[in-house]
Design a protein around this ligand. Structure first.
Ligand SMILES: Nc1ncnc2c1ncn2[C@@H]1O[C@H](COP(=O)(O)OP(=O)(O)OP(=O)(O)O)[C@@H](O)[C@H]1O
Ligand SMILES: [Mg+2]
Length: 377
């Protein structure tokens, strides 16, 4: 689904926002930052958020910013020429495979709803799902439906990459990264994977000189990056986020994870008293997730030898779909206040547009790459 982004979720205009972040040619405006590092929005570069549940693409067309979103999902239906014709007529993307049609992207959810089935996902916990043998083909097909070949060969493109999962010796994203890079390079892009937590920093912390903690709470993972003056100091991920909350709350009350997800997305309010057993379970697992996240962050900060002595308080920015329920920010702030957090935090704030933060950060990183300014990450 393509959308022209003339307004972000809080009503601010992203065009103004990005232009104010950039110095016009020849101007000294905005060059007081410690690194003098600002991102010039450009036409051509592309940013792609490759998420476990959604793929989001972000680029500039003329004066407007455009985002495309597709579910990172598939649904198998029996193959027939008639079905393919109807899918083509309705602009629903699919691949033929072994006598089946794999409907990919948003169309997968439509079919799952009609047949009361479950969508399949090519990714799990932030990377290609090793248990899904068609994973690369499915994700390639979704990307094909969203990203054309560039007008200029070698155009800059950045895609999001998960940070290493803390405590997981088996986490390895090399295959995932290689498959994605190939996919984009074969289209004619100069493609690079950049850490998801760092993309929150690029997207949201220009006014803070890119010093702060960026957090993206997605479906498979929560990604975290602590950056100081644009240098990523710590990044990691935690395999406890939206999918974990859905399945744990569902198991606790004997529900289907899919139904739990729908209720969570439509009704959950983390600052109101829970009215049902399911709501109570969601509150409990949300709290557990935030406690774990802050605990991992404290441990990572205390283990690292690179943490600079930060003389002033820095912000935390929260993004991603799992951060969306009402009261998430307040809960996060309360749990942080009760923890022995080793760095002074000026504020905990929501990203401007939590579902687009990563794709926008990737787009800005692609603009920096194009200008040859990618040494910092
Ligand atoms: N309004 C909402 N309220 C609560 N949860 C939501 C809402 N909208 C989406 N989510 C949840 O957010 C998660 C998806 O978030 P997001 O799109 O940021 O993840 P992703 O980038 O695809 O995954 P990851 O970063 O883990 O690879 C899912 O668990 C989904 O159920
Ligand atoms: Mg994500």
């Amino acid at each position: 689904m393509a959308e022209e982004e003339t307004e972000m979720e809080n009503g601010e205009n992203p065009v103004d926002d990005l232009y104010s972040a950039a110095s016009p040619p020849g101007s000294t405006q905005g060059q007081q930052s410690a690194q003098g590092r600002h991102v010039e929005p450009l036409e051509g570069p592309r940013g792609i958020d490759i998420g476990t549940s959604r793929i989001v693409e972000y680029h500039k067309e003329g004066l407007k910013f455009v985002k495309n979103t597709q579910l990172n999902a598939f649904f198998a239906v029996p193959d027939s020429g008639f079905t393919r014709r109807i899918l083509d007529q309705n602009d629903i993307h699919y691949k033929q495979e072994n006598g089946k049609i794999l409907v990919v992207g948003d169309g997968a959810q439509t079919f799952a709803n009609i047949t009361n089935g479950e969508i399949g996902r090519p990714m799990a916990s932030g990377i290609l799902n090793p248990k899904e043998k068609h994973a690369s083909m499915i994700i390639g097909s979704i990307i094909d439906s969203m990203v054309d070949r560039p007008d200029d060969l070698g155009e800059s493109l950045v895609y999001s990459m998960p940070g290493p999962i803390r405590g997981s010796a088996s986490f390895n994203s090399v295959f995932h990264e290689g498959i994605l890079r190939n996919q984009f390079v074969s289209k004619g892009y100069m493609a690079k994977g950049v850490n998801e937590g760092y993309l929150v920093i690029l997207s949201e912390m220009e006014k803070d000189d890119y010093s702060g903690i960026g957090i993206s709470c997605g479906a498979g993972l929560a990604n975290v990056c602590f950056s100081y003056l644009s240098v990523p100091v710590i990044d990691f991920s935690m395999a406890k986020s939206g999918d974990y909350i859905d399945s744990a709350a569902a198991a606790a009350v004997g529900e289907h994870a899919n139904r739990v997800r729908v209720i969570k997305e439509e009704e959950l309010n983390l600052v109101a008293d829970p009215k049902t057993r399911l709501e109570r379970a969601l509150h409990i697992y949300y709290e557990e997730m935030i406690v774990s996240l802050i605990g991992h962050l404290i441990d990572a900060l205390s283990e690292s030898e690179n943490v600079p002595k930060v003389s002033h308080a820095i912000p935390i920015v929260l993004s991603g779909g799992t951060a969306l329920p009402k009261g998430f920010r307040e809960n996060f702030e309360n749990i942080l206040r009760d923890s022995q957090f080793p760095i002074n935090i000026s504020e905990v704030k929501m990203a401007e547009s939590p579902l687009t933060t990563i794709a926008k950060g990737a787009y800005l990183a692609a603009c920096l790459n194009k200008e040859g300014e990618d040494e910092g990450y």
